[in-house]
Design a binder for this molecule. Structure first.
Ligand SMILES: *Cc1c(COP(=O)(O)O)cnc(C)c1O
Length: 433
């Protein structure tokens, strides 16, 4: 595929560095440009938010852990001053360091609880209205009744996943009554497959990478009229579910008395796999905060698919394997070789840049966060800290509200997390090399 073009790209110093698995910081030359920066309207995001609110009574009932927030699935935003000190090994981080703890979102323990759950609920609402299960004026709690579950047990939901999307969709779909099939790439962690099977989900495993698992799932689902495919590479509903985070963040900032401005902006660091989750969050935040937000994505050096797609302007049409990279990383949630083209193009004017990070830094970061703040997040989520670390090492860090977005962690079995943290402790000093 496009061998001639690849050869040209490999003459570009940035692409050479990617190909050599070097860490890079890419500043997006198109940030802020573009006539139609916001092809998806705020109204659509607000509709998504309203839909989640309609479902809140049902969510509260089937997922008691959401009771405290009345069925609203949201995560804390906290300041992490001790972690900030630990990271200031070479230079200061001006401003404050926070953590957006999607790692501890109820139900799925990852950022996938936003998009994944939203799309399952949207599809459920569509089907239930169409078939008279949900009538005008009904409380959405009827979707938890036996009659409703009997209706949904003939319906199938399928999804391709590196793990967390499968968990989010598997757990939610099982609660409504659907049959669920999750197509998992080789990188998916064993405990995620085990947990899904425990929930009654059918897990199909592929020895190939993520893009192929998605492709296979899409094909199988399209062959069955009773099956609905949640398409991580193309889904606008997933994107909208993620984008709702921005409205919630705005409210949280207000509660904390934080008012970001152009001079003292929010600075978000978002771990990126296929792009849907960080893309949706970034989009919503840019739409709401405009000049008062700066947004950086982070990808593993072994799977920099979004950076490769955006920098070459090939978006979803180029794979990391095209430039000789294997896509293998301990950041399993980010082990994606080919980004969503739909998201990449939307991100052109939105994001300020992309970092890549070596795997060797992830477990030390995990250990630091546990030892300074007593918070456990998974290796994929740890990647977010490369942003503040890089800026503090190389100076040039703007004053602002620095927010690494912790994208997952709460469901990791503690025996596994403890082992990773133990390993990370031994390597702490190497984080600053
Ligand atoms: C899925 C995931 C991401 C990235 O989301 P994409 O939509 O694939 O870009 C980041 N961190 C964790 C823990 C994830 O599970």
């Amino acid at each position: 595929m496009m061998k001639g073009r690849i050869k040209e790209y490999l003459k570009n110093p940035l692409i050479q560095k990617l190909s050599n698995l070097e860490e890079v910081f890419w500043e997006n030359p198109k940030c802020g440009n573009g006539e139609n920066m916001f092809p998806i309207s705020l109204e659509e995001i607000e509709e998504a938010e309203a839909r989640l609110l309609r479902f809140a009574p049902l969510i509260e009932k089937v997922f008691p852990e959401t009771k405290e927030d009345n069925g609203v699935i949201e995560s804390p935003l906290i300041e992490i001053p001790s972690m900030k000190k630990a990271l200031e090994n070479k230079g200061e981080i001006p401003g404050k360091l926070y953590l957006k703890m999607d790692s501890h979102l109820p139900i799925a323990g990852s950022i996938k609880a936003r998009g994944g759950i939203y799309e399952v609920l949207k599809h459920t609402e569509d089907l239930a209205k169409e078939h008279g299960i949900l009538k005008e004026g009904d409380s959405y709690e009827v979707l938890g009744t036996k009659e409703s579950r009997d209706f949904f047990k003939d319906k199938i939901i399928q999804v391709g996943s590196t793990g967390n999307l499968g968990l989010s969709i598997g757990i939610t779909s099982a609660a409504i009554g659907y049959q669920v099939i999750v197509h998992m790439s080789a990188d998916a962690k064993q405990w995620k497959k085990d947990l899904l099977r425990e929930k009654g989900v059918i897990v199909k495993e592929y020895s190939s990478d993520y893009s192929l698992a998605v492709k296979e799932g899409r094909r199988e689902s399209n062959e069955n009229p009773n099956s609905y495919f949640i398409d991580d590479e193309n889904s606008k509903d997933l994107f909208l579910g993620y984008a709702v985070a921005a409205k919630r963040l705005k409210a949280q900032l207000n509660d904390l008395g934080m008012v970001p401005t152009k001079e003292k902006p929010l600075i978000l660091y978002l771990p990126c796999g296929v792009g849907g989750a960080p893309g949706g969050v970034a989009y919503g935040c840019k739409l709401i905060f405009q000049d008062a937000v700066k947004i950086y994505f982070v990808e593993p050096t072994h799977a920099p698919c979004m950076l490769l797609g955006m920098a070459t302007e090939e978006y979803g049409n180029i794979k990391v394997s095209d430039i000789g990279i294997d896509g293998k990383t301990i950041a399993d949630g980010l082990a994606v070789g080919q980004s969503s083209g739909f998201v990449g193009e939307i991100m052109d004017p939105i994001i300020n840049g992309i970092f890549t990070v070596e795997d060797r830094r992830l477990l030390p970061i995990m250990a630091f966060l546990k030892d300074t703040e007593d918070i456990i997040i998974e290796p994929s989520a740890c990647s977010a800290f490369i942003g503040p670390l890089y800026f503090s090492n190389y100076g040039d860090l703007q004053e602002g509200y620095h927010i690494p977005w912790a994208t997952g962690g709460a469901l990791v079995p503690s025996s596994i997390a403890n082992k990773e943290i133990e390993e990370g402790r031994k390597l702490k000093d190497t984080l600053f090399l």
